[in-house]
Design a protein around this ligand. Structure first.
Ligand SMILES: *Cc1c(COP(=O)(O)O)cnc(C)c1O
Length: 807
């Protein structure tokens, strides 16, 4: 752990891991060497942690997620191990700059957005809290696509993140499980008269484990993230080759290995493709087999299963686990249905991430039956018993049965995965207080009625290690000089900053750090996009997936409004509006919004009259590493979703933690953030959830707002008149139609006036740098609650019932 030791290891790895000597080593070689140096120091702690868990035979948490949006690992692992000073110095002495070396690493972009990033923050917190947890997921060969902008439009490129190898993963070719698909079910009677089921004539795929160490802060606990990769079962079946068609055998092998090839890039919409359900079942089946194998090392019977295993389902994506565990216990291990169901429902818990109907996962029954025939039978049996129980509890309420059924019969029979997850779980959670209340009142109201108390709230959080300590070293160091470093693992300590909020010295230093971060982002924008932005202007930032409900369009309407005011001679506070985010490749409207942002940027940024007063910048390829660059530079955080649509948000927390003030609606976790930082320190605007509901009831007419506001009308008329796209004037007709003629589903026009007025108060306050800084400090000070450590402690106590393991 000394500089000398690290230095010796670096040169050793350069030679023996990369076969390079100092003079001809590339920056990538140095990265590989640095990664191996850190990895060596992780491995010992990792093995010790696994040994500790084995000896304790402690209850394990299994976090099942189709997405883990981890980002880079080198900086995070180095900081968590306390190796940062040594590694930086050693590299420097060898003629290398740490920042340049770290920039080489590819992001592990195995997720879409918030849901996947939450899983990654949770792994960090569980390791830091010494909780025995395993993350289980898929090792996609291609993660989230890389986005480039060409002629203003999003272009998707494959993310070949493993091209140069992945120094953090350990392949486990000996750790393999078969996963079955298709085939048919044979019933037979045992000699004792009991009925059994064989799932036969299946197509099998092997799941092979790749393990990645997950270090907690301080480096004591290093947990495991186990990702499965699909391998052909042909490799393990020599007969297949011996029987003849070798070429076909190898071609088929490729087919089955396609299963873990690529992450589905859809955020908030379900794409009902066969490969998607296959991916879900593939990783769930392998993970459950692995858990039961581990359980069996200690136990004889099955009765202790719920004492040893807690499984969290991250959204409905892994909810087939409920049926799979039943299959394993009943068909393979020969438990009775009642015994197996009793165990299953003590093991699972499910997190809901969205109320939006288009995101709720359902599968056509016929399709399901072909792919997983035995699971469909099990789901029917679960449903039959569930319906009996509801009928008993609420006799004569056929409508209730229809609504609660695991099978939706309204247009073609479909399996409702959320109902399977709820019925199979002991606890269901929402991800912010408002979201949980809405769940209970709307989509899951019937479940709340039949099993009150089952739905609980676990407000999301983010890890302060990555999102402050690592991403914003300047601010982390400044905070450290005043209140020490305890906040890194106890974020509530940030409230000590409250008493510094009025202090001149602290304000000046705080502002200086923010300014440096803005200068750095401005340099990046200049070098990548050839746009000059003024670091003294207000950095107004909206970074998140592009989606209509997140209302990037409302932001654009405000930019156009500012542009029109400047053209009319007004001079306000200079602003730089920065937007970043990816659109799902099949989501035409979201892609159209990206193009509009870029077209508006082109006009505004090149208009001589505007000069330095306003800039609009779309930063391509929003991912974790870009978030780490952008977040520390934000003055203003845009959290402007229609009330009732954003389940929680976590970007909102990262930005406030880094000293941005929020302009936002009463939606998701914004509500709780505002409570924590104080309503005076939060720019609130817009309709509430009730306001939206009320307006819908009355009959919302967007045209009324269009005619009532001259500025709104002017902005919309410019978009529809082709002001920003003279080469193709009708380009944005779909956007204007959606707003004016198709009901403006997300109430942009209803909120426009309040939004613009609120932005005016933002601009006015920014003129008063002292007051702005005071409020920014109070925002940082109020973020203690939004550490994922707090969230994980709540899950551990109220859902999982697990304890830390430290010795
Ligand atoms: C935090 C984060 C998100 C989630 O952002 P929201 O504003 O909560 O939607 C999405 N993508 C990345 C890369 C993130 O880091």
């Amino acid at each position: 752990m000394s500089v000398e030791g690290v230095s010796a290891s670096l040169t050793k790895h350069l030679i023996y891991s990369s076969s390079k000597n100092l003079p001809n080593a590339t920056t990538r070689d140095w990265f590989q060497a640095a990664a191996h140096v850190v990895r060596d120091r992780l491995v010992e702690r990792w093995m010790a942690t696994m040994q500790r868990y084995y000896e304790h035979d402690s209850k394990r948490i299994y976090y099942l997620s189709l997405e883990f949006l981890v980002g880079r690992t080198l900086s995070n692992a180095m900081l968590n191990l306390g190796l940062d000073a040594q590694l930086k110095t050693a590299l420097y002495e060898l003629g290398q700059q740490y920042e340049k070396v770290a920039e080489i690493e590819s992001d592990a972009a195995l997720g879409n957005g918030g849901l996947g990033r939450l899983a990654a923050c949770f792994l960090d917190s569980m390791a830091t809290l010494d909780l025995p947890c395993y993350g289980y997921g898929i090792r996609y060969e291609y993660g989230m696509f890389r986005q480039s902008i060409e002629n203003g439009e999003q272009v998707e490129h494959p993310d070949n993140w493993l091209r140069y190898g992945n120094p953090w993963e350990f392949p486990r070719p000996e750790l393999l499980y078969p996963v079955k698909f298709y085939g048919r079910v044979v019933e037979y009677r045992h000699e004792d008269g009991s009925l059994h089921h064989h799932w036969v004539e299946t197509d099998d795929v092997m799941a092979m484990a790749y393990d990645t160490p997950v270090p907690g802060f301080g480096g004591k606990t290093v947990n495991n993230m186990r990702l499965w990769s699909a391998k052909s079962s042909r490799d393990f079946d020599l007969r297949y080759f011996n029987q003849g068609n070798y070429i076909q055998a190898v071609a088929d092998k490729n087919d089955s290995e396609n299963l873990s090839k690529v992450l589905y890039p859809d955020d908030s919409t379900e794409v009902g493709r066969e490969l998607r359900l296959k991916q879900q079942y593939f990783f769930v089946s392998a993970s459950l087999q692995d858990m039961l194998f581990r359980y069996k090392k200690h136990a004889d019977g099955w009765a202790m299963l719920p004492e040893k295993i807690a499984v969290q389902l991250n959204d409905t994506h892994p909810s087939i686990a409920v049926a799979e565990l039943m299959r394993l216990l009943v068909d393979v291990h020969k438990l009775s249905w009642d015994e197996a169901w009793g165990l299953t429902t003590q093991i699972f818990s499910y997190t809901n991430h969205t109320l939006m109907p288009e995101a709720l996962e359902t599968w056509p029954v016929a399709f399901f039956e072909r792919l997983l025939p035995r699971h469909l039978q099990i789901i029917f049996e679960i449903n039959y018993r569930f319906m009996q129980q509801v009928m008993h509890q609420f006799p004569g309420d056929g409508e209730l049965l229809r609504r609660l059924s695991l099978i939706d019969e309204t247009n073609g029979r479909r399996v409702r995965m959320s109902h399977l997850a709820i019925v199979g779980s002991h606890t269901v959670n929402g991800v912010a207080a408002l979201h949980t209340e809405l769940m209970k009142r709307t989509i899951f109201a019937d479940f709340e009625r039949i099993t009150p108390g089952k739905i609980v709230n676990m407000t999301n959080g983010v890890t302060p290690r990555r999102w402050l300590n690592q991403a914003n070293p300047g601010l982390a160091a400044l905070i450290g000089t005043r209140i020490g470093n305890g906040w890194i693992t106890d974020l509530d300590q940030l409230k000590e900053l409250r008493k510094l909020a009025d202090e001149d010295d602290f304000q000046t230093q705080f502002r200086a750090v923010k300014h440096e971060n803005k200068v750095r982002l401005a340099q990046l924008i200049r070098s990548q996009l050839c746009i000059e932005v003024n670091p003294a202007s207000l950095f107004d930032i909206q970074i998140k997936r592009i989606h209509e409900y997140k209302r990037q369009l409302l932001n654009v309407l405000h930019v156009i409004t500012l542009y029109n005011r400047i053209r009319a001679g007004a001079d306000g506070m200079p602003r730089t509006v920065i937007i970043a985010g990816k659109a799902a490749p099949g989501y035409a409207m979201a892609k159209c919004i990206i193009r509009l942002i870029n077209d508006v940027a082109d006009i505004v940024n090149n208009d001589q009259r505007v000069g330095n007063q306003l800039k609009l910048v779309f930063i391509p390829n929003y991912d974790v590493s870009n978030a780490e660059r952008i977040v520390p530079a934000a003055d203003l955080s845009e959290q402007i979703s229609t009330a009732g649509t954003e389940a929680s948000g976590t970007g909102n927390m990262k930005l406030a933690l880094n000293g941005a003030l929020t302009i936002g609606t009463l939606d998701g976790a914004n509500v709780e953030m505002r409570e924590e930082v104080g309503s005076d320190n939060f720019f609130l605007f817009g309709l509430t959830t009730e306001g939206v509901e009320e307006l819908s009831r009355q009959g919302y007419d967007p045209m009324r707002y269009y005619h009532a506001s001259a500025e709104l009308k002017q902005a919309l008329d410019m978009i529809s008149g082709g002001y920003f796209c003279s080469d193709e004037p009708a380009r944005y007709q779909p956007i204007v139609d959606a707003l004016l003629h198709q009901g403006d589903k997300y109430f942009l026009l209803a909120d426009y006036e309040a939004y613009v007025a609120c932005q005016d108060t933002v601009s006015a306050l920014y003129q008063d740098q002292k007051e702005w800084t005071r409020r920014a400090i109070l925002n940082v000070a109020g973020m203690g609650k939004f550490s994922s450590d707090r969230t994980i402690k709540e899950y551990a106590e109220r859902i999982w019932h697990v304890e830390p393991v430290t010795d």
